[in-house]
Design a protein around this ligand. Structure first.
Ligand code: ADP
Length: 263
């Protein structure tokens, strides 16, 4: 009876998820179809005013829809990844610029890169998306503003942690930590934070897909994610990506060493 109960709850949850998703997706399609309908009618009558904005509406709707499906693909770990070997000391320098463009000026971004970081093999676009998701959460946790600190260092997971999490592979990882001094997470929030569509931000403010996207991607990359949080103190989310130990040299180095053939 216990198992049956759990199965029923699972089905219930899946029902809620797909229902919510289909609803959101339909809203986006409605915007696209509606804008294109109006544009077509205008065109038929030879009226070209506002065609640009109608087309932009349709395109924005399509982008939002693609964004939603990408997040779900990431969560279900079915996203096609294009990993490349990178030297984090070189490639992660630009993170503050990237984050700065998406966050308000209320929040400061501080990047601390340790020396001699281990190379990793990673889909850089997905890595940037993940850090951005974490930084957006950090910003939301600090309504009065503050600093989002991104720290990158080499790390080995401690024995106590590995004992408590037997699914995590021991070894050497590049650790990317995103820390805020915001509201923090209560234990019951932390427990559900990775669930898709789980949000405490209210409709229209949160999708509940940020952390689930990060979770899916990091698992697909052979990595690991850890949340440390204290209510009223702040939150640190750590991403662990396995150290790359193969033969291939980091892409940046490779590019500067290999001369391009002249055409
Ligand atoms: P969303 O940001 O759309 O709500 P997420 O999956 O990114 O979705 O986060 C789920 C929930 O986890 C948030 O609604 C919030 O309650 C909590 N959370 C995530 N990051 C933080 C953080 N840095 N500080 C406090 N709470 C957080």
């Amino acid at each position: 009876a216990q198992t049956q109960m759990r199965e029923l709850q699972k089905i219930e949850t899946i029902g809620q998820l797909t229902g919510g998703l289909a609803h959101d997706f339909n809203n986006m399609l409605a915007v696209i179809v509606g804008s294109l309908d109006i544009a077509e009618r205008r065109l038929e009558r030879g009226r070209t005013e506002e065609l640009g904005s109608l087309i932009r509406n349709a395109r924005d709707g399509a982008r939002r829809a693609a964004n939603l499906t990408n997040r779900l693909l990431a969560f279900s770990r079915r996203q096609p990844l294009t990993p490349e070997v990178i030297d984090p000391n070189l490639r992660l320098q630009s993170l503050p610029d990237l984050l700065g463009r998406s966050l308000d000026s209320d929040v400061r971004i501080e990047l601390k890169l340790a020396d001699n970081l281990w190379p990793i093999s990673v889909d850089v676009g997905q890595l940037e998306q993940a850090v951005l998701n974490l930084a957006l959460n950090a910003r939301d946790a600090m309504p009065a503003g503050g600093t989002v600190t991104v720290t990158v260092d080499n790390a080995e997971l401690d024995q106590a942690y590995l004992k408590a999490h037997p699914e995590v592979r021991p070894g050497q990882y590049l650790r990317i930590s995103v820390a805020d001094t915001g509201v923090g997470m209560a234990p019951e929030v932390m427990e559900r934070a990775f669930d898709p569509f789980y949000t405490t931000k209210g409709p229209g403010n949160g999708t509940g897909l940020g952390l689930s996207q990060v979770f899916g991607w990091i698992k697909q990359s052979g990595g690991h994610i850890r949340i440390l949080s204290e209510v009223g103190q702040g939150t640190t989310v750590c991403l662990y990506l396995p150290r790359y130990t193969g033969k291939e040299r980091p892409a940046q180095e490779e590019a500067s060493r290999t001369q391009r053939p002249t055409e």
